[in-house]
Design a binder for this molecule. Structure first.
Ligand code: CMC
Length: 371
């Protein structure tokens, strides 16, 4: 590109190739390793999708069995990591806890700097397995409750919900949660994935790359939007207030959280699947207020601006209805996206080029330091 053309925010810039996922905004499609994501969300568990992202193929029965065994065996948080978690202040955001814990896991790994594909896969799987234990323990201690140890007999989604709430919720809730995990898992060169690839490109280690990715995901323009959406819905409170609230936001030229997307300009391909899950949970629980506020905001935003909801719009109220505290929403995104991040870290490692763009200088002319 040279220094003449400036692509602020790297908008429209193709930085590298990837074989992990493909986004086609024109046809509103997203595929992981060639499989349409709505189909994966309907038919596959998060374990199958994690395997797919890392290995390029869906597992056969034996491969899935072995993969699940390894995942189940790696869920426990050792005592020193538990004590680090316990020492993080409860006043901090749960994303800071997740970020700190991944960083800490790096200090415990004697092979931190080794980056053969096999070792990277093992580390990725360990992070995937232990993150739900970290998030559930943090959720519970903020409620003044003791952590619940992982349940070896339960799958990924059921086990996580069990560790949070002390029981496996109804099938409708489990299914909706599992779908959200599949939908959040991967999305090409989004900001957090790109951050992970930048760190990896310097030859740094996988924990540093994931820690950086978590930092990038925290922001409200990225993963933090799912929390912001729910704060807004609570502020709106009644469906009949939604349109007036939106008008005020737009008049004040404020961004409406959960709407818009850098890549999708005609709607986010993941929304219909998650909207359906939100509907099922709402109807199952007999609580349709958020669904009504959702519909009012979606309609009004479309007619005023043409801007469509993104995935964070349905996940916000869905997670709220499932019983999660709002600050825990973005850590749920981390639990899932760690699979995409690490698949990209492995891809970057296997075909690396240092990521180092240029800038056009806009500061003062060269001058001398006064005597
Ligand atoms: N509310 C109001 N106006 C918006 C919104 C929004 N959510 N999104 C875009 N616009 C307007 C924006 O004001 C601008 O108008 P104008 O041209 O008159 O200045 C125009 O649309 C283009 O917006 P942009 O911010 O330049 O476009 P972008 O591609 O940089 O933005 C975005 C993408 C996601 C940062 C933005 O849509 C946004 O801030 N959305 C709200 C935050 C959000 O929901 N983020 C989640 C993203 S998707 C899932 C995820 O990563 O978690």
């Amino acid at each position: 590109a040279g220094t003449d053309a400036i692509y602020k925010g790297l908008a429209g810039v193709v930085v590298d190739t990837t074989a992990i996922s493909k986004v086609v905004p024109e046809t509103n499609t997203l595929t992981y390793r060639g499989y349409p994501v709505p189909e994966l969300a309907e038919k596959c568990s998060m374990e199958q999708v994690a395997y797919l992202l890392w290995h390029g193929e869906l597992p056969n029965d034996l491969q899935l069995e072995q993969f699940s065994q390894r995942e189940r065996a790696a869920r426990r948080l050792d005592r020193s990591a538990q004590s680090v978690l316990a020492r993080t202040p409860e006043t901090c955001h749960p994303m800071d806890v997740v970020r700190t814990m991944i960083s800490y896991l790096g200090t415990e790994d004697p092979d931190e700097d080794l980056s053969t594909t096999e070792l990277l896969l093992a580390k990725s799987q360990r992070m995937f397995a232990v993150l739900p234990t970290i998030v559930a323990a943090d959720l519970r201690r903020r409620r003044g409750l003791e952590p619940i140890a992982p349940h070896h007999g339960l799958g990924y989604a059921e086990n996580f919900l069990y560790m949070c709430f002390g029981e496996v919720p109804d099938e409708v809730i489990v299914r909706a949660f599992a779908k959200s995990m599949v939908l959040y898992a991967e999305h090409s060169f989004n900001a957090s994935t790109f951050a992970a690839r930048v760190v990896t490109s310097t030859g740094s280690d996988i924990y540093s790359a994931v820690t950086a990715a978590i930092g990038a995901l925290k922001g409200p323009l990225h993963g933090g939007a799912n929390e912001a959406v729910m704060h807004d819905m609570i502020e709106i409170d009644r469906p009949e207030r939604a349109r007036g609230w939106l008008e005020e936001k737009l008049t004040a030229k404020e961004k409406v959280m959960g709407f818009g997307h850098r890549v999708y300009k005609r709607g986010d391909s993941r929304v219909p699947t998650m909207y359906q899950a939100l509907r099922e949970v709402s109807e199952h629980l007999g609580e349709t207020k958020w669904l009504k506020i959702y519909a009012e905001l979606e309609d009004e935003m479309a007619s005023r601006t043409g801007i469509r909801p993104n995935l964070d719009f349905p996940t916000g109220p869905a997670y709220y209805l499932m019983g999660f505290d709002i600050p825990m929403f973005t850590p749920l995104f981390v639990m899932s996206r760690v699979t995409g991040w690490t698949a990209h870290i492995i891809e970057q490692t296997e075909s690396n080029a240092l990521i180092r763009p240029l800038s056009a200088y806009s500061g003062p002319q060269q001058r001398s330091v006064p005597a």
